[in-house]
Design a protein around this ligand. Structure first.
Ligand code: PBG
Length: 323
């Protein structure tokens, strides 16, 4: 008889044969900065996460450095929104101001990433600008992304996170960066981003103005082959990192993309995935630490090299306790 249990007999034996062991250095913490806040404001649907005033950015950078994680991903909520998402490209817009603060505080000790998308900045809440019939205008949006990319690079961002799911966005941004002499800026492409119910708490976090849905640009949850197509297109356009999002419901896509990608693969354990664990743990229904560690291990096992998670600081601590 084959006896696989032999290799599970003791903790030491299990540690010896473990195939996947996540590292704190793979983790990135998403951070929300809200213009005009006097103090951190907890996000009800995202327990343990707050909208932060600009002045708190150095503190969160220090927490990230001390935890041993490798980066933060900045999202920002402006005070004023308009049809074109003007504040996204303004040098003194809240996101660009937050990038500057973070880069200044980090001094190269962690990687500063910025969300490159219009949904936080538009009055209609879509990830792009609209045409005269109210549809998201792909190519007009690319022109705005180009300006936004250069503004974020000017603010000092190390990595731009292209989350808008417009066709051609990686090539457009890469071209704009090249023209600006910024071949040093890393493009992280949200390649396979699905139109997901698991973004609910995030939309609270950024006070999303969206009515309707994003199904004309984000992917249909039934499509795995198309996820590989999107990643392949982004690689051809010059993406430095490709991402799958959400994470756990799309591990098949993650594994398929990891199998063909020659660049690092990232996973975004999104707000709703995090909130599920937090809510169940708060009810005493699951073990919070074990659930977060298992989720992280699963993403890495499926092929993720980098993981964006709201639990990044706790996870880093837990991983440190284990070894
Ligand atoms: C859009 C964006 C979203 C998330 C990250 N970037 C939401 C959306 O597409 O509606 C979701 C992240 C999360 O749920 O944690 N720029």
């Amino acid at each position: 008889m084959e006896r696989p249990r032999r290799l599970r007999s003791t903790a030491a034996m299990r540690r010896l044969v473990r195939e996947t062991q996540p590292r704190a250095s793979q983790l990135v913490l998403p951070v929300f900065v809200r213009e005009g806040l006097a103090a951190a404001k907890p996000i009800a649907s995202l327990p343990g996460v707050s909208q932060l005033p600009l002045g708190d950015v150095p503190t969160v950078v220090e927490q990230a450095v001390n935890a041993g994680i490798s980066g933060i991903m900045l999202f920002a909520v402006p005070e004023v929104r308009d049809e074109q998402g003007t504040a996204a490209c303004a040098a003194d817009g809240i996101l660009n101001a937050a990038i500057r603060e973070a880069v200044d505080a980090a001094q190269g000790r962690i990687v500063i990433m910025a969300d490159l998308c219009l949904d936080e900045f538009t009055s209609h809440g879509h990830c792009g600008v609209l045409d005269s019939r109210g549809r998201v205008d792909n190519d007009a949006t690319l022109a705005v992304y180009e300006r936004m990319a250069v503004a974020q690079a000017d603010a000092g961002a190390d990595v731009l996170g292209l989350s808008g799911m417009m066709d051609g966005q990686v090539a457009a941004v890469r071209g704009a960066l090249e023209r600006a002499g910024r071949h040093d800026v890393v493009v992280l492409a949200y390649s396979a981003k699905y139109a997901s119910a698991f973004y609910g708490p995030f939309r609270d976090a950024v006070e999303s103005a969206l009515e309707g849905d994003r199904r004309t640009y984000q992917m249909d949850p039934g499509n795995a082959r198309e996820g590989v197509r999107e990643a392949t297109l982004d690689l051809a356009q010059g993406a430095d990192i490709v991402m799958i999002k959400p994470a756990l419901p799309y591990l098949d896509v993650m594994a398929a993309v990891a199998a063909v990608s020659q660049v690092p693969v990232a996973a975004y354990h999104v707000s709703g995935e995090y909130a599920q664990i937090e809510a169940a743990a708060a009810n005493g229904w699951i073990d919070r630490k074990a659930a977060h560690l298992e989720a992280l291990t699963s993403m890495v096992r499926a092929g993720a090299d980098i993981v964006l998670t709201y639990a990044a600081l706790d996870l880093a601590r837990w991983l440190g306790e284990e070894s």
